[in-house]
Design a protein around this ligand. Sequence first.
Ligand code: SAM
Length: 272
Amino acid sequence: MTDEGISIDSTTPSIARVYDYLLGGKDNYAVDREIGDVFKRDLPGSVGIAFANRAALTRAVKEIVTTTDVRQFIDLGSGLPTADNVHQVAQRHAPESRVVYVDNDPQVLVYGRALLEQNDRTRVVAADVRNPEDVYQHPDTRELIDFDRPVAVMFSAILHHVNDDEDPARIVRYWRDRVPSGSCFFVSHFRSGNNSETREAEKVLQQTFGRGRWRSDEEIEHLLDGLEILDPGIVPAPLWRPEAVDSQWADAGGRELTVWEHLITAGLARKP
Ligand code: SAM
């Protein structure tokens, strides 16, 4: 139990903390490292996948604030604070940017709120992304986000944690129908390699968390139905608008991708 009364369970692994471990963070427990090590052993590209994902997210945020008028973000399944969080990247280029972070992991809430205490243009909302109405109606969301103006809805490494029977396309549709034309949708997602490694990884995720899907390109595109997918499409994350390295997260920089880097895709779409 923390001093805010939020309960953190250090005996059961958490998606946010395992991901933090793969990114080299310190906000994780032995149970998380144990699962992280299974990934590192059976899917040696896991660390590269996590970094490639983070780098694509960073580039997408920068792209949005430098090439559009969008200055408000809803970051669904935002994760533990790490280097270059969405508000830091956005506010570096456009200080007026506002960000609502959403996660259901208690540790994300505690650490996120501590990080953001000084920043009145960011909020951390405790909610389940599978109940988008809870996020939309939340007082912090209503306070920070003006739904009459375009919004960037970020689905970074979150929709693959929503199972098929929970209908992830429904979640995207929900947001699509609530934001005005010109709004942006970023998605990054585990991409099925149709090989034993990704099938095994899916099994580990399902056994550990009861969730985790490695979807095909067609399935991932279907999640963005009704939106205009911008160039270069939904592609392996390191190939999504690569640029000279400007953060600690490396991108492809013209080199050939590893087989693992094909297993995480990224794309940016726009509501027509
Ligand atoms: N978006 C960050 C990124 O791309 O670097 C973090 C991604 S991390 C792999 C997935 C995050 O989604 C975790 O922090 C986890 O707690 C959160 N998450 C998973 N299922 C969720 C749900 N149903 N509702 C809210 N958050 C969820």
